[in-house]
Design a protein around this ligand. Structure first.
Ligand code: ADP
Ligand code: MG
Length: 250
């Protein structure tokens, strides 16, 4: 579903991704962990084309988003293909990014109507079904300011799902939440995993990584230095930097 090879990305003189490679198969749940500033968000944003890479190769479901030739020139797909390929991934952000001036229902129906061309009736019917799925049917007419953080994040998940992505990218979806609200969001994500959604999840929730993820990858200073089955990752971390990080987290 995702094939990333040899990704390099710099912001000015700061090298943020160094030769990062990652493959994700259909239905796989992969957790990305690592210290702050290690490039986790940038990796997700490059896969979703919210950022461009400097070099490397990215394919989503076998379709090339970006590739680099032998001379080191990086080329992206056409605007039209980028939109289509980008539509295969949905993204959930740490800070929800809901539209504050729209109701919950409008937040979820806006893009399907505007981008997919769905009728209001169909978009609303699908939004209601998704609100049922995330346990927020009674909040359709509410504005985001009236919701708890956990509820906002579940709306954000429903909004991403409304675009019918094949892959969901989560960037620290529970990091902005009070501890008592993380459980409801993690349950929603676990439910998605049980339905075999392909998921790439940046998280500091080690319990989620251990119990829900099939694989865990560890990033440090722009490098992806460990990629293991979840059980092995926690039982036998290979690299000293992974071991040190886990000692802090567990
Ligand atoms: P993480 O998500 O692991 O905390 P990020 O991918 O957000 O790491 O950031 C990696 C590094 O890149 C950090 O040093 C961060 O300050 C820097 N960075 C991220 N986005 C930008 C940007 N748009 N411009 C300049 N530097 C950035
Ligand atoms: Mg981040």
């Amino acid at each position: 579903m995702i094939e990333a090879r040899g990704l390099h990305k710099r912001f000015g003189s700061l090298q943020v991704l160094r030769d990062v490679s990652l493959q994700i198969a259909r239905g796989e749940v992969v957790a990305v962990i690592g210290p702050s500033g290690s490039g986790k968000s940038t990796l997700l944003r490059c896969l979703n084309h919210l950022e461009t890479i400097d070099s490397g190769h990215i394919a989503i479901e076998g379709e090339t988003l970006a590739s680099t030739d032998a001379a080191g020139r990086c080329a992206y797909a056409s605007e039209r293909d980028l939109r289509r390929i980008g539509g295969k991934t949905g993204m959930v952000f740490q800070h929800f990014n809901l539209f504050p001036h729209l109701t919950v229902l409008e937040n979820i129906t806006l893009a399907p109507m505007l981008v997919l061309g769905l009728s209001r009736e169909l978009a609303e019917a699908r939004a209601q079904a998704l609100l049922g799925k995330v346990g927020l049917k009674e909040k359709a007419a509410s504005y985001p300011s009236r919701l708890s953080g956990g509820q906002k994040q579940r709306v954000a998940i429903a909004r991403a799902l409304a675009m019918e992505p094949d892959i969901m990218l989560f960037d620290e979806p529970t990091s902005a939440l009070d501890p008592e609200l993380t459980g409801e969001v993690l349950r929603t994500m676990r439910q998605l995993a049980d339905e075999h959604m392909t998921m790439l999840v940046v998280t500091h929730e080690m319990g989620f990584a251990r119990e829900v993820a099939h694989r865990v990858v560890f990033m440090d200073q722009g490098e992806l230095i460990e990629d293991q089955r979840a059980a092995d990752f926690f039982a036998h971390p290979q690299h000293a930097r992974t071991q040190a990080f886990l000692q802090h987290m567990l």
